[in-house]
Design a protein around this ligand. Structure first.
Ligand code: FES
Length: 130
């Protein structure tokens, strides 16, 4: 994606967020904030018996980059195995938001991934592998 397309992609996710709102009866609810600015994000996930992410959504208030990244994250994760989510790295987020955004706004771009990682650790703690 060129720079203009990247900006339009992020703006579209900010203005038309995918999977925004609370899902019914989530298995995981996790709120996490960016200490630098006070913005907070909440992720909701429903995990099925095959350890797939059956549903995922988010709520939050914050900058364009953090909210767009959360929207993109939920879109990428819906239907994916938990192991896929657990293996996601900042490099994956860079491939979604672009190098320039990751370089200039890393904490905003990574708020959703950080929240996800904490959520998954909590889930594993309460649902250990047999
Ligand atoms: Fe707060 Fe971007 S300025 S997350």
């Amino acid at each position: 994606m060129d720079r203009q397309a990247q900006i339009e992609f992020l703006l579209d996710h900010y203005e038309n967020p995918r999977n925004r709102g609370k899902i019914e009866d989530p298995d995981i609810t996790m709120s996490w904030g960016n200490p630098g600015c006070g913005d907070v994000l909440t992720l909701y996930l429903k995990i099925d018996e095959a350890e797939r992410i059956a549903e995922i959504s988010f709520e939050g208030e914050g900058c364009t980059v953090s909210q767009a990244s959360a929207s993109i994250l939920t879109e990428k994760l819906k239907g994916q195995p938990l192991a896929y989510a657990e293996a996601l790295s900042p490099d994956d987020v860079t491939s979604w938001v672009g190098r320039e955004v990751m370089f200039t706004r890393p904490r905003c771009a990574l708020l959703a991934l950080d929240t996800l990682k904490i959520a998954l650790r909590e889930y594993r703690r309460s649902h250990p592998h047999p």
